[in-house]
Design a protein around this ligand. Structure first.
Ligand code: HEC
Length: 163
């Protein structure tokens, strides 16, 4: 207990525990980004066999609706929110090389499996890349702050009457 008498040590210890727990919690809860995290794995390890025309076992990972549709087995391979019930997770985690995906290829790394697992848990969102989304008109917010109105008095949209 002599060590704990040292105040600096105690503070340091407490900080380490706090920061450590914080990092752990944040890490396990990290929001998965489809385009940045999931899509690169699909494109590298799955799309050759599960992409549109070549949909092995009736399972395609090319579009969101295809990925969530029923595969040959009769049920969807991805159940949003429930990785344990998702055939996809079973297929990438299983040891049996006859069933494991990617088929006849080295298994995914623990990290890659974890990304798939968390992505499905978080709802298996597709998150289309902004560059391919149609341009939407955004409403210009009303300005109520007099400070801004005074700074830009010539802007037609501003309520000049308030000046
Ligand atoms: C070299 C080709 C190939 C690659 C690469 C591949 N698969 Fe497959 N996949 C198959 C074949 C063939 C089947 C059907 C045979 C079977 O059921 O074992 C299949 C079946 C599946 C099924 C079962 C669908 C059902 O019927 O429910 C899932 C899920 C799946 N693959 C996911 C993946 C994922 C995820 C990847 C990438 C990590 C991947 N596969 C990579 C060939 C491949």
């Amino acid at each position: 207990m002599k060590l704990f008498k040292n105040k600096i040590f105690l503070i340091f210890f407490a900080l380490t525990v706090l920061i450590g727990t914080g990092c752990f919690l944040m890490g396990s809860d990290k929001q998965i980004d489809f385009s940045a995290d999931v899509k690169p794995i699909i494109n590298k390890k799955c799309i050759t066999c599960h992409g549109g025309v070549r949909a092995k076992s009736g399972f395609s990972l090319l579009f969101h609706d295809e990925a969530l549709a029923k595969a040959k087995s009769g049920k969807p391979a991805i159940i949003p929110g429930d990785p344990d019930a998702s055939e996809l997770i079973r297929r990438i985690s299983i040891n049996d090389p006859d069933e494991r995906m990617p088929y006849k290829h080295p298994p995914l790394s623990k990290q890659e499996i974890d990304i798939f697992r968390r992505w499905i848990k978080q709802g298996a969102k597709w998150g289309d890349h902004w560059a391919y989304l149609p341009v939407k008109k955004t409403a210009v917010p009303e300005v109520e702050n007099v400070w801004i109105v005074q700074l830009y008095p010539r802007n037609q949209r501003l309520p000049r009457g308030q000046l």
